[in-house]
Design a protein around this ligand. Structure first.
Ligand SMILES: Nc1ncnc2c1ncn2[C@@H]1O[C@H](COP(=O)(O)OP(=O)(O)O)[C@@H](O)[C@H]1O
Ligand SMILES: [Mg+2]
Length: 338
């Protein structure tokens, strides 16, 4: 998230009508490889309101991180947003320049990166690293930014006296709290947490999820929580989107997804991660592997692994069906309620 962008001439930007604080509409993001294009995110749509938390779940490799990096336009060199719109607070981020995006990152949307806990610079004091985006984006002096870092430490439950500690002097849980402090440094409206608790043990994981829930309430934050573990989403989120092989297979409120999961993939994921308070490893694995996204299978991408496959699943892509209001499933087993 470099902030060293050169100023561009000010342009008036058309404000766009859209749903919620963030609306992702028909997003397709591909990666170019010498063999062809990896269809990492295909026609993904979701919305998030102010103060709402949305879970993005699915096995590893199903496109969660790519969707998040698309929102911030931080894709690796070979990644492209091929189509779709990302509408944030009246602006279309897909149309924004790099300079325009540098105004959004940290200040309006921030991200806790996957594996971020190890991303702190080992040779710089932790609080200085938290102060850095504040100095860059708010133009504060180092002393003032460090004062703010102390406040942020307090907010996330680290003794502010530890602001000059190096990362190795902090526990894993404290380092993750520091990363969360950094994500909040410039008062963003939306925070994206990419597997923010995955590397932590059960107890600390629960504490970090509690912290996120408290911060969301206190700061009226919108939050996208990415996890391969569905039980994490059950604890923390108002609603969820289940992705499989780059596509959304099911979406709805947390209640819809946990009490009334319809898609065979969602049901298997729930079985794999039944309870946040007990074992963290997969208790039952889903047989087979996700498909190669260089050549996704025709029809439903889950069909080759699905026990409930029926005629047509291998050929026709299932459209999203609203099984109950606000609960969408893309599976040939379900037809629109009439
Ligand atoms: N830079 C890249 N180049 C090519 N393929 C990539 C790149 N980054 C991710 N992918 C592929 O895109 C797909 C989605 O990856 P990712 O978004 O990281 O999934 P998740 O976060 O759900 O684990 C995977 O098939 C992955 O191998
Ligand atoms: Mg990921």
């Amino acid at each position: 998230m470099s902030a060293t962008a050169t100023p561009a001439p000010a342009k008036t930007e058309e404000r766009i009508e859209h749903k919620g604080l963030l609306e992702v509409r028909g997003l397709c993001t591909y990666f170019k490889l010498s063999q062809g294009w990896v269809h990492a995110v295909e026609d993904v749509s979701f919305t998030i309101e102010k103060g709402e938390s949305l879970g993005l779940a699915g096995e590893s490799g199903c496109g969660k991180t790519t969707a998040a990096l698309s929102i911030l336009k931080l894709l690796p060199e070979n990644g492209r947003i091929v189509s779709g719109d990302i509408l944030f607070d009246g602006r279309n981020l897909t149309k924004r320049t790099e300079y325009g995006m540098s105004k959004i990152r940290w200040k309006e949307i921030s991200m806790i990166f996957q594996g971020a806990m190890n991303a702190l610079n080992p040779v710089q004091e932790t609080g200085k690293q938290v102060a850095e985006p504040i100095m860059l984006h708010e133009g504060l002096s180092e002393a003032k930014a460090l004062d703010r870092a102390r406040e942020l430490f307090e907010l996330v439950g680290i003794n502010p006296k530890r602001v000059m500690d190096y990362p190795h002097q902090l526990s894993g849980g404290m380092r993750q709290r520091a990363m969360i402090a950094m994500s909040l440094a410039c008062n963003p409206k939306l925070v994206i947490g990419d597997e923010p608790t995955t590397a932590l043990d059960v107890m600390v994981q629960a504490q970090i999820l509690d912290l996120i829930a408290r911060l969301r309430r206190e700061l009226d934050l919108s939050f996208i929580l990415i996890s391969h573990d569905l039980s994490v989403m059950a604890e923390t989120c108002d609603k969820g989107v289940i992705m499989y092989a780059g596509r959304v297979v099911e979406s709805g409120t947390t209640e819809h997804l946990f009490r009334d999961a319809r898609h065979p993939y969602t049901r298997q994921l729930i079985r794999a991660f039944p309870n946040i308070h007990e074992r963290r490893e997969m208790v039952s694995s889903i047989k087979g592997d996700p498909p190669n996204l260089l050549e996704p299978p025709p029809g439903c991408r889950f069909a080759p692994r699905c026990d409930e496959r029926i005629a047509g699943c291998d050929e026709v892509d299932p459209a999203a069906v609203e099984v109950t209001p606000g609960h969408f499933v893309s599976c040939h087993l379900f037809k629109e309620a009439t």
